[in-house]
Design a protein around this ligand. Structure first.
Ligand SMILES: NC(=O)c1ccc[n+]([C@@H]2O[C@H](COP(=O)([O-])OP(=O)(O)OC[C@H]3O[C@@H](n4cnc5c(N)ncnc54)[C@H](OP(=O)(O)O)[C@@H]3O)[C@@H](O)[C@H]2O)c1
Length: 328
């Protein structure tokens, strides 16, 4: 059936300015790392993407290697863009990345100009786009001179193939150096993307660098791939990421200690009238001083539940103290 976006899609989502740029991002964005490749149902993926847009999620995050197989999430998303979202292109912020292994040989990964230019061309082709809104370097390259990587990114912006540049998984010193180079080149870094959740809070040293460079920040795995939900409290559901084929999460992550922590957090969430997922997301936004959190989802009901969290974003001092105690 032809898709027509909901009229009221912008009424409840919160939009935050990305650093000191002109761009606003939804407080909750959607990532296509899992569940959007050829191994997943296209109809379910379409339901998640279109349903998310109907809730005001304007930002969709991809990478060259998302699938499996690598490239297939971009291809599936490209099909949805062509069939359903064509007339909404200017309402979308689409990002992609390059940095991890994409094709064989010495030019298919890391941060050379050779790789970054070719990879963006491939991504644009797979998605059927003239430009992406944000092009990320996905991980720092220990060998390529930082100048070359930043020059490649800045050049792609000048060519109009990307509107903004982002960096991901850089440590504070690397981010500082890269941000200074990009500024000098006249293409300031828009945003940094890093892992952040109640269970993985290792961004303290990144925050001052991000704020000094006036960029925004977006967290990946804000629910620690689903661990920060109530789904693993009584075993491992067959349809969960931990039980599935993902090489990034398996049952070994569900330890007794984790379940104890998650149960205690779940009690605080219930007192707040929220699910644990909802509380974990708004906590991450606030504690991580983030522009946006990147949701992952295996079904649309998860996104529906998660965006509702935005109506209860405040924490009492007592709640914050109790959460810290549990996470110690
Ligand atoms: N830059 C990088 O290096 C990098 C690395 C990783 C990820 N990312 C980005 O970050 C995005 C998000 O990562 P992520 O998928 O790991 O995020 P996440 O939000 O930590 O985990 C998402 C998973 O949690 C479960 N879930 C979500 N909401 C739920 C709810 N309300 N109730 C129960 N379970 C729920 C679902 O898993 P089930 O399958 O169990 O239902 C879902 O797929 C990625 O898509 C990607 O765009 C970037």
């Amino acid at each position: 059936m032809a898709y027509c976006a909901k009229e009221d899609r912008y009424e409840t989502m919160l939009y935050n300015r990305c650093g000191k740029s002109g761009l606003k991002l939804p407080a909750m964005s959607l990532g296509l790392w899992h569940n959007f490749g050829y191994g997943s149902s296209y109809e379910t993926a379409r339901e998640i993407i279109l349903g998310s847009f109907d809730m005001g999620i304007t930002h969709f995050d991809l990478a060259n290697n998302y699938g499996p197989p690598a490239g297939s999430a971009e291809e599936a998303f490209g099909k949805m863009l062509a069939n359903d979202l064509k007339s909404y292109r200017d309402e979308l912020v689409i990002s992609t990345k390059a940095g991890y292994d994409m094709w064989p040989g010495p030019y298919g990964n890391f941060g050379s100009k050779k790789y970054l230019v070719a990879s963006l061309d491939q991504s644009l082709k797979r998605m059927g786009l003239d430009y992406v809104d944000i092009y990320y370097h996905h991980r720092p390259d220990p060998e390529t001179p930082m100048w070359e990587t930043m020059d490649a990114l800045a050049g792609l912006v000048r060519q109009g193939k990307a509107l903004y540049v982002g960096l991901s998984n850089y440590n504070p010193a690397q981010l500082k150096e890269a941000a200074a180079l990009l500024k000098e080149m006249g293409v300031p870094c828009l945003i940094h993307q890093h892992r952040y959740s109640m269970l993985q809070q290792d961004n303290a040293a990144l925050i001052p660098v991000i704020e000094e460079a006036e960029m925004g920040s977006i967290a990946f795995c804000p629910l620690s791939q689903g661990l920060l939900t109530n789904k693993y409290l009584h075993g491992i559901p067959a349809d969960s990421r931990a039980a599935g084929k993902s090489v990034f999460l398996n049952e070994n992550a569900i330890t007794e200690d984790l379940v104890k922590k998650v149960s205690a957090l779940n009690e605080i969430a219930a007192e707040r009238g929220q699910s644990l997922a909802q509380m974990a997301l708004v906590w991450a936004l606030k504690a991580g001083r983030l522009t946006s959190v990147l949701l992952g989802a295996s079904r649309i009901s998860q996104v529906e539940e998660n965006v509702k969290a935005l109506s209860n974003r405040e924490f009492t001092e007592d709640e914050l103290k109790r959460i810290d105690e549990i996470l110690k």
